[in-house]
Design a protein around this ligand. Structure first.
Ligand code: SF4
Length: 363
């Protein structure tokens, strides 16, 4: 048995399913647990986790896909910047296909814009170093997981004395929207499967206010099928015991304090700000903007540009999907006019998007 297989052991998964069924048998009201990580969403569809759970345990997906929660206005600004002469847009692959109000970066590339896919923000810094006559703008989209590497790229650009490297930021932090969704009476969330990657940076203790002040059980959970099933069982046991604690199922990666060095880099380069989440709106203090000493690297402040008026995609339910209020199968466009090849909304684009996961594994 190799290292990964033991975390996908069918008998172990079925054992969890059996135990969960026994624990909730006879319960009249279902428990609702939300996963807050696009990789969990993908794993839950891929391993058919919902089909293993009894009707008394309901899993819903939350705003855990960074590309999906980035609103149209950000994509529109990136497109406006891409149209400026002498500009290279550097980005991770998913963002290229996300539709803005009227076009996408992929369409702009077909029209001649210089848009490059990179695998690390440091690749974008290297691109700026090789092209001093051009400005290179990296699209900084992501949660606490990616933000430290982007902060590191700004420090690297400073160290190299580059004046042509910029970041267009849309960074978001996870705990604040979790607190807001926990208070939503329509959702009635009984517990959170807390994200794995994000928690490796911020630490399991970051969810203590949710558990201790708002009374929501939290379990930091890994990505494999046995991880998810064990995380669900831990949540079920907390609910049945009337407890709300932070538990860490993913101890092989996540610690209580998280990655203190990464947190220090984040605090040095970024500062908290209000930011818009697709479907949720502006959440005070849930974003990260580039701090004043590094403002010259902030594309939004350093490069003024006219951005087209915002338009939402008619019929797309991404906003409601990201709040866990509907599933992709409730969207009339799902798998008809909206497919991974021709996505209408961001949730169908990203490999971590709920609609993309449902399309790939749930039909
Ligand atoms: Fe939006 Fe497409 Fe998902 Fe419908 S299926 S919510 S149109 S991304």
């Amino acid at each position: 048995m190799n290292y990964l297989d033991e975390f996908r052991d069918r008998q172990v998964v079925l054992g969890f399913a059996e135990r969960i069924r026994g624990l909730v048998e006879g319960r009249t009201t279902p428990m609702t647990f939300m996963e807050i990580c696009g990789t969990h969403t993908m794993a839950i569809y891929q391993y058919g986790i919902r089909s293993l759970l009894p009707a008394e345990v309901r899993l819903i997906s939350g705003p855990g896909c960074p590309v999906c929660v980035t609103p149209n206005g950000y994509v529109d600004r990136a497109i406006a910047l891409a149209r400026l002469p002498g500009t290279i847009i550097a980005t991770f692959g998913d963002m290229v296909r996300v539709p803005g109000s009227s076009t996408s970066l992929m369409e702009e590339r077909a029209r001649g814009a210089d848009i490059r896919i990179v695998y690390s923000p440091l690749d974008a810094v290297a691109l700026a170093a090789r092209n001093p006559q051009l400005r290179v703008i990296f699209l900084g989209v992501g949660f606490e997981t990616t933000a430290p590497t982007i902060a590191g790229s700004i420090l690297a650009a400073e160290q190299q004395g580059l004046a042509n490297y910029f970041v267009l930021t849309a960074h978001k932090t996870i705990p604040v929207p979790m607190q807001i969704l926990a208070d939503d009476p329509e959702l009635r969330i009984d517990g959170y499967l807390c994200p794995a990657h994000v928690s490796a940076i911020i630490g399991a203790n970051a969810y203590r206010p949710l558990a201790e002040k708002q009374g929501i059980p939290c379990v930091v959970t890994g990505f494999e099928s046995t991880d998810v099933m064990q995380g669900v069982e831990m949540l079920v046991r907390q609910v049945l015991a009337g407890e709300s604690r932070v538990e860490n199922q993913y101890r092989r990666v996540v610690t209580a304090e998280g990655n203190v060095r990464a947190q220090a880099v984040l605090t040095r380069v970024f500062t908290p700000c209000d930011v818009a989440w697709r479907g949720i709106g502006v959440i005070p203090g849930s974003g990260l903007r580039i701090a004043e000493p590094y403002a010259r690297y902030d594309a939004e402040r350093a490069i003024p540009v006219a951005v087209e008026a915002l338009r939402e995609h008619r019929g797309c339910l991404c906003g409601e999907i990201l709040k866990g209020k509907v599933s992709p199968f409730d969207c009339p466009l799902f798998a008809t006019t909206c497919t991974p090849e021709a996505p209408v909304g961001a949730c169908m684009v990203s490999s971590e998007g709920t609609c993309a996961a449902a399309y790939k594994y749930g039909r």
